[in-house]
Design a protein around this ligand. Structure first.
Ligand code: NAD
Ligand code: IPM
Ligand code: MN
Length: 359
């Protein structure tokens, strides 16, 4: 199979983790006879430095002309610490999501038994945790009208949703529930927010078409607690943009590290694959970041290409490193391996060489 992939390093640890994901994709291509060709494109602070814009037009053009986009992360402290900055790396990320109409951000959260001890939350050994968050990605307060008054003493962000924006991601979430344990939890704040009431009404209407799916409604404050108290209750979580952002970082704690979580952003054109974490600037250039979130994002890309077997091989390789202690510093601060070594070991496993390393 031939695929063209737009590869975006971004900032901080972005380049380090994307390189590992590309290495894994290249190994898959070699072993299974595919051809993956990359086109590098710029986003975030790296793009601002090179072009002045957080989302150069070439980046959108490349993405639209590719079969998928692989992205690291964007963001830099020099912007985070400057509230007056008018050009910001994150605008690039929001811009590409909007340009590609990536309305559904799919974030699977799965615990691995060998890492259960890392979670500050007790994970039930038998069942573990296995749910998937469907986060709306191109609407809500992120994209509503925003402004600051003239003397800078008041600011407004508007949360806005149209019913069709809710319907399109809800359909994907219900379909996912049908393939899983047939339970869908809508996380909202319908006791306060008009937009949340629109979400609830819309989901109630769609639920009629999926009689086999058990639908539950949770206010986001309660959901934040339930994620810690009883995470095993969740199957598919559907939620709006900002709630999804917040609860997915919270959910990562169950797995042992934010560095483990992958995501796929799906829309009407090219899909984009990126880890859930950010640019983790403190670790930039140190070869210590966990590359698994990026590598599992590449596995989601392989699924999207219809290469389910190859995706499973990547997931098995990841599982093997986690079970055998070939992990980065966030997982084991004492006996840890470097980012690039974990990437190499995953590639070795895919090549069938890794078993010799252990024996
Ligand atoms: P972050 O996700 O970069 O890091 C938070 C913490 O999570 C880190 O201190 C670290 O302990 C851990 N962590 C994250 N990724 C890890 C990895 N791969 N391996 C090991 N540990 C990891 O969030 P932040 O510190 O709030 O934000 C830093 C910058 O990243 C900001 O500029 C922010 O805007 C940006 N950001 C970008 C994205 C994105 O591009 N999708 C997502 C979140 C944050
Ligand atoms: C994420 C990030 C982004 C978001 C930021 C960097 C704009 O936190 O991808 O989860 O809030 O969507
Ligand atoms: Mn986030």
């Amino acid at each position: 199979m031939f695929k063209k992939i737009t590869s975006i390093y971004g900032d901080g640890i972005g380049p380090e983790v994307v390189k590992q994901a590309m290495k894994v994709l290249d190994t898959i291509a070699e072993v299974y006879n595919h051809e993956f060709v990359y086109e590098r494109a710029l986003l975030g602070a790296e793009a601002i430095d090179a072009t002045g814009a957080a989302l150069p037009t070439e980046t959108v053009a490349s993405a639209l002309n590719s079969d998928a986009v692989l992205l690291g992360a964007v963001g830099h402290p020099r912007f985070d610490n400057d509230p007056n900055a008018t050009v910001r790396p994150e605008q690039g990320l929001l811009g590409i999501r909007k340009a590609l109409q990536l309305y559904a951000n799919v974030r699977p959260v799965q615990t691995v038994p060998s890492l259960h001890h890392l979670s500050p939350i007790k994970i039930k050994a038998k069942t573990g945790v296995d749910f998937i968050i469907y986060r709306e990605l191109t609407g809500g307060i992120y994209f509503g009208d925003k402004f600051t008054n003239e003397d800078g003493t008041a600011a407004t962000d508007t949360c806005h949703y149209q019913q069709h924006e809710i319907e399109r991601i809800a359909r994907l979430a219900f379909e996912a529930a049908m393939q899983r344990h047939k339970k869908l939890t809508l996380v909202d704040k319908a006791n306060v927010l008009e937009t949340s009431r629109l979400w609830r009404k819309t989901i109630q209407q769609i639920a009629v078409r999926y009689p086999e799916v058990t639908v539950e409604y949770l206010f986001v404050d309660n959901a934040a607690m339930q994620l810690i108290l009883n995470p095993g209750q969740f199957d598919v979580i559907l939620t709006e943009n900002m709630f999804g952002d917040i609860i997915s970082d919270e959910a990562s704690v169950l797995t042992g590290s934010l560095g483990l979580l992958p995501s796929a952003s799906i829309g009407n054109s090219t899909a984009l694959f990126e880890p859930v974490h950010g640019s983790y600037p403190q670790a930039a250039g140190k070869d210590i970041a966990n590359p698994i979130g990026a590598i599992l994002s590449a596995a989601m890309m392989l699924d999207y290409f219809g290469l389910q077997h190859e995706a499973t091989v990547v997931r098995n390789a990841v599982q093997w490193t986690l079970e055998n202690g070939f992990v980065t510093k966030d997982i084991d601060p004492v006996n840890f391996y470097f980012t690039s070594t974990v990437g190499d070991l995953i590639c070795d496993y895919i090549h069938g060489k890794a078993i010799e390393v252990v024996n």
